[in-house]
Design a protein around this ligand. Structure first.
Ligand SMILES: CC(C)(COP(=O)(O)OP(=O)(O)OC[C@H]1O[C@@H](n2cnc3c(N)ncnc32)[C@H](O)[C@@H]1OP(=O)(O)O)[C@@H](O)C(=O)NCCC(=O)NCCS
Length: 198
């Protein structure tokens, strides 16, 4: 395989990202219009001409997609795909918290550290824009517990468990088909712990 690089998502990538997420997450999990919205929601506007794309892809120079780390800056999201969010239990408010929406790596390439690398790069960008924390919904039944393992490895902690979190999402889960009966763990990473608590 050609060299892989981590780079910001572009509008041109969206059809290839859709094919990738259909294959890796499940058919129909993201539609093209939804990916267009994700592209918009992931753009942080630092000034009129200064924009930063927080969603990253793992790609070949020919723009073949092998992974995606969808990331929203604070203030540009309010909920995930399912129902279940407990901002009252977080160390920082929703308005200062970023969202890790989805991270998927091509099944042939997992366990080589790419997911962690993509996430660390997104975290670096979030620190630059002064996000105080990151929340995500981790897939509890993820193969090899890869989702929980990479998140715990980065320091994320479980806030709450949400059974059947994706049940109402109209897609075919790679594990249980339709409807999806998987469980989400709401997990939080404090990027700005109060002094004496870290
Ligand atoms: C979760 C995921 C994005 C992590 O990316 P990655 O490139 O595999 O990340 P890492 O290489 O850092 O691996 C993370 C952990 O999972 C383990 N893992 C990942 N794939 C594995 C595999 N095929 N077999 C055994 N263990 C595996 C790694 O050994 C590592 O464990 P450790 O931290 O205890 O050493 C990726 O494994 C994936 O796409 N999994 C399926 C989809 C998923 O669960 N996405 C998250 C949804 S919320």
């Amino acid at each position: 395989m050609n060299a892989l690089e981590i780079r910001p998502l572009t509008l041109e990538d969206l059809p290839a990202v859709k094919s990738f997420t259909d294959r890796a997450i499940g058919d129909g999990y993201y539609s093209l219009p939804e990916l267009e919205k994700i592209h918009q929601q992931s753009l942080f506007h630092a000034g009129q001409k200064d924009q930063k794309m927080l969603t990253l892809v793992l790609s070949t120079p020919e723009k073949q997609i092998f992974g995606v780390r969808i990331t929203y800056p604070p203030g540009q999201w309010s909920h995930g795909k399912g129902k279940g969010l407990n901002p009252g239990s977080w160390p920082h408010p929703l308005s200062e918290t970023a969202y890790f929406q989805s991270l998927f790596i091509d099944p042939e390439l997992t366990a080589h550290g790419w997911g962690k690398k993509l996430s660390l790069k997104a975290m670096e960008a979030l620190l630059q824009i002064h996000a105080k924390g990151i929340v995500c919904h981790s897939w509890k039944e993820s193969p090899h517990d890869s989702s929980g393992r990479y998140l715990r490895g980065l320091g994320f902690q479980v806030i709450a468990t949400h059974p059947l979190y994706w049940k109402e999402v109209d897609y075919t889960c790679t594990r249980c088909g339709k409807p999806c009966l998987c469980t989400a763990e709401e997990m939080y990473l404090d990027l700005a712990p109060a002094k004496g608590t870290s």
